[in-house]
Structures are given as structure tokens and as C-alpha cells.
Design a protein around this ligand. Structure first.
Ligand code: ZN
Ligand code: ZN
Length: 367
């Protein structure tokens, strides 16, 4: 379905300042839309209700009419270097990629419809605070190359919402396995010609089968492949602070389009759930040791949410490698990989050697 351009125009106006007509941006410090010119503030209007969990199966049809753009006037652009796609609301632009640092040459186009975000953690850390956290992080690293220091400026890191899926489900698992129970028997053996005895442990196995059920509530699956997995693992979020998604939160920021589809996300959820269920089954089998032969799990009442979580991201090149930096947009926590500047280390080694030679020379001369 083609969007009516007339409607688009109206929706662009949604973020215009009522005082001066400039584009307002979502300001992390105030948690409101703020006009960068006249500082007029406007609360984010909540147009919907609470965060709603969506039924998983009704979204699986590829032609699902439930898909929609993140905002009516949203644009999207893809990075040709790393493949990441970001959505933004004009006049925001995407000149370089926040994830790989590559130049974005493609022309932005109207954003594709997708599973609309349901919840968001709005940015609460300003770009100034994020860049000074980054500066602190860099300064505490010895021998960091100068490229890294250049990155610690507010305009070098982009504010971008990262997509996550979260799933709920009821599971019912039937299993078959064996319960091992320890028993001890006295064994006799010879040592240096003497007969001795000891207690030896044995396991008797009994077949065990049964069922385990569980309610999974909000298991989070990252839907971005652009951040290093290690960073994603360490990003900590207060999910109880989620608010219903509003396009206004996108004003002045970008949002990454999910790279893990809803179906793939559900498969990843099941992998994680199966690991938890496996432990449940072992506990259910009991005994001293367990063998699990098979588990058959039915999933019911599967619901999901698409969430957007805020980070400042930047990347830079050093010795033909891309290094990524991420700052949590809620806590200011920095995650980064750092290269060592061999030039700086080499200089220090050279200076140390020269000093040592001078000291030796002086000591030799004064003898
Ligand atoms: Zn204004
Ligand atoms: Zn890129």
C-alpha cells in the first residue's frame, strides 16, 4: 500500500516547534521533545495505551497487514559496507554508518513497513555525557591511538535505537530419561603384597519419564547483528522502565531495522528456552545423576514484543581493522575494543633505551 504524501506531510509536522517552526528533537536530558533553536519543550504524547504483547502466530504470514513503518514519514538507508539499515525521521540524516564507520552513499528511501515497535527505553543520557564517558574510557587506556581520541566528540558517535525481540510462552514438555543412583560396595585390592579394602562408588540406572511445564515471561533476544556479541551481552537494561513506543522518540535519533526476523528470533528464543527446560527436566528426574533421552516441548500462548533500546555507537579504522565503541544510552556505560598504538609504544621503548644509554654513558664517564 502506497502512503498518501498528503498524510506524510501532516505527520512530519508532528515534530515541528509551535513557536518557531523548527524541527524538534527528542531530548534525553528532559525526556521531552525540545526545539534546538528556541528551547520550546513539548511532552511526548502517548497516543496508544500500555505496551501490548502481540500474538506470535498472526504475525508469521509474510503478507501480514499488521506491518507498518516506524513513523509515517520515516526514511531508511542501508550501509553498503556492513549492511545495517537504519530508520530516521527527517530532517535527521545518516551520513556515515554508526556501526562500521563507513560512508553512506545510498539515497534514503521511504521506510519499509515492519513489525512496529511496541516498547522503547528512551534515551536518557545526552550525547555530551556519552562522549565525556567515552573520553574517560579512552584516557584510562594506555597507548590508545589518536583516531580513538577523535571519536570522543558528540558528533562522532550516533544515537541509535537497537532492536530486540522479547517472547512469552507457556511450555509443556514430556521427557524420557534415566535416573542414576549411587551405591557403594566394598572392594578388596592388593598393595605391596597386603590385602586392603575400600568403598567403591557405583551408579544404578532407572528409567524415568514425566512432564515439566513452565511459563516464560519476557525472554530477550537481540535482533541486531551490528554490535559485537560481547557488547550486547554486557549491555544492561532496566526493562521495567519501558514505555509504549511513540514515533516522537525517534526525532533526532535513528533506529536500526531488525536483522533477526521474528521467526529467527522465535527459534533463538526456543534454543534458550530449551536450555532452561533441560535443567527443569534433570531436576524433575532427580537422583544423583541424570540421562535425558528426549524432550518434546509444546509452545502455547506465544506472544512477543519488538523493543527499541538506546545506544550511542561509533566506529573507527585503525590498521585496516574496524573498532567499535558503544555507550549505553540509559546508563552511560562504555563498551569498547581498543587497539594499541605500536607507534606510541615504539616511541616509549626508544626513549627508554636512549635514557638508559645516556645513564650508562654518564656512569662510565664518571668512573
Ligand atoms: Zn522553536
Ligand atoms: Zn556500516
Amino acid at each position: 500500500m502506497q502512503e498518501n504524501p498528503q498524510i506524510n506531510k501532516e505527520n512530519v509536522n508532528r515534530f515541528l516547534c509551535e513557536n518557531c517552526g523548527a524541527n524538534m528533537i527528542f531530548d534525553p536530558q528532559h525526556g521531552q521533545l525540545v526545539c534546538p533553536y528556541c528551547e520550546n519543550k513539548k511532552a511526548v504524547e502517548q497516543t496508544g495505551g500500555a505496551i501490548v504483547k502481540k500474538d506470535f502466530y498472526s504475525f508469521l504470514r509474510p503478507d501480514s497487514e499488521r506491518l507498518q513503518p516506524m513513523a509515517r514519514n520515516a526514511m531508511q538507508v542501508s550501509c553498503e559496507t556492513c549492511g545495517a539499515t537504519v530508520t530516521f525521521v527527517p530532517p535527521q540524516t545518516a551520513g556515515s554508518c554508526d556501526f562500521c564507520g563507513g560512508k553512506i552513499v545510498a539515497q534514503p528511501k521511504s521506510a519499509d513497513p515492519l513489525v512496529a515497535p511496541e516498547g522503547v527505553l528512551p534515551f536518557s543520557v545526552t550525547s555530551q555525557v556519552a562522549s565525556s564517558a567515552l573520553k574517560g574510557w579512552i584516557n584510562s587506556r594506555w597507548f590508545a591511538p589518536n583516531n580513538l581520541k577523535v571519536l570522543a566528540q558528540p558528533d562522532k558517535i550516533g544515537s541509535v535505537y537497537i532492536p530486540y525481540w522479547t517472547f512469552d510462552a507457556e511450555t509443556y514438555s514430556q521427557y524420557a530419561g534415566e535416573r542414576g543412583e549411587y551405591y557403594y560396595q566394598t572392594e578388596h585390592y592388593k598393595e605391596n603384597g597386603e590385602t586392603k579394602s575400600r568403598q567403591a562408588r557405583h551408579t544404578s540406572w532407572h528409567s524415568a519419564s514425566g512432564a515439566a511445564s513452565r511459563h516464560f515471561d519476557d525472554l530477550y533476544i537481540p535482533a541486531s547483528k551490528s554490535l559485537l556479541p560481547d557488547y550486547v551481552k554486557h549491555l544492561s537494561w532496566e526493562f521495567n522502565e519501558l514505555v509504549p513506543y511513540e514515533p516522537a522518540y525517534l526525532a533526532g535519533h535513528k533506529a536500526q531495522t531488525y536483522q533477526v526476523s521474528l521467526e529467527e528470533g522465535f527459534e533463538l528464543f526456543k534454543q534458550e528456552a530449551n536450555g532452561i527446560i533441560y535443567h527443569d527436566v534433570r531436576r524433575d528426574i532427580g537422583g544423583d545423576e541424570q540421562r535425558v533421552h528426549n524432550i518434546n516441548t509444546d509452545y502455547a500462548n506465544v506472544t512477543f514484543k519488538h523493543l527499541l533500546l538506546p545506544v550511542y555507537a561509533g566506529a573507527y579504522r585503525y590498521n585496516n581493522r574496524v573498532f567499535q565503541i558503544v555507550v549505553n544510552g540509559r546508563t552511560g556505560e562504555v563498551q569498547g575494543e581498543r587497539p594499541y598504538s605500536w607507534l606510541k609504544i615504539g616511541c616509549l621503548v626508544a626513549v627508554t633505551l636512549i635514557m638508559l644509554l645516556i645513564i650508562l654513558a654518564i656512569a662510565g664517564a664518571s668512573r
